[in-house]
Design a protein around this ligand. Sequence first.
Ligand SMILES: [Zn+2]
Length: 163
Amino acid sequence: MCMEVECIFCAIVKKQVPAKIVYEDEFTLAFLDVRPRSKGMTILVPKQHFENFDENPELSLKVFSSASTISERIKKALQPTAVTISLMPSEVKHFHLRIYPYYKDEVPLIESQPKEMKESELEAVAEKIRQARVEEKPKVEKKEEVKRTEEDILWIKRELELA
Ligand SMILES: [Zn+2]
């Protein structure tokens, strides 16, 4: 518990430290890197503190799921050529993914110099990502799939009863 108080990401989750939050749900939170290597570089964390993905596989999956949503929003908001994620050892011992947008003239290599961005520029980028709406279509399709599966199971059960 003591560690959580000292952890910068826990402090951001608790809104004790300001950050340019671009995404938040029940389990995860994402905010802009203040010294990004490319425009819109985002750090995504689970709200609960743990260090490595294998300590909490269930929550890690939720982090990856959020990464996918955020990636779609970044694509819509900033039109990068690609978006990738990385999971690297870090000084901050709170599990996080880094989300890197790539642009033709802006490749976020580790050896690249971080971009110096003004507070107002960061806020403008954050607001664009927040506003980028992703179509809910895939979720609806998923629900239908689940229904069909449940129906299938019912039919399989009935067939078993008949046999
Ligand atoms: Zn933490």
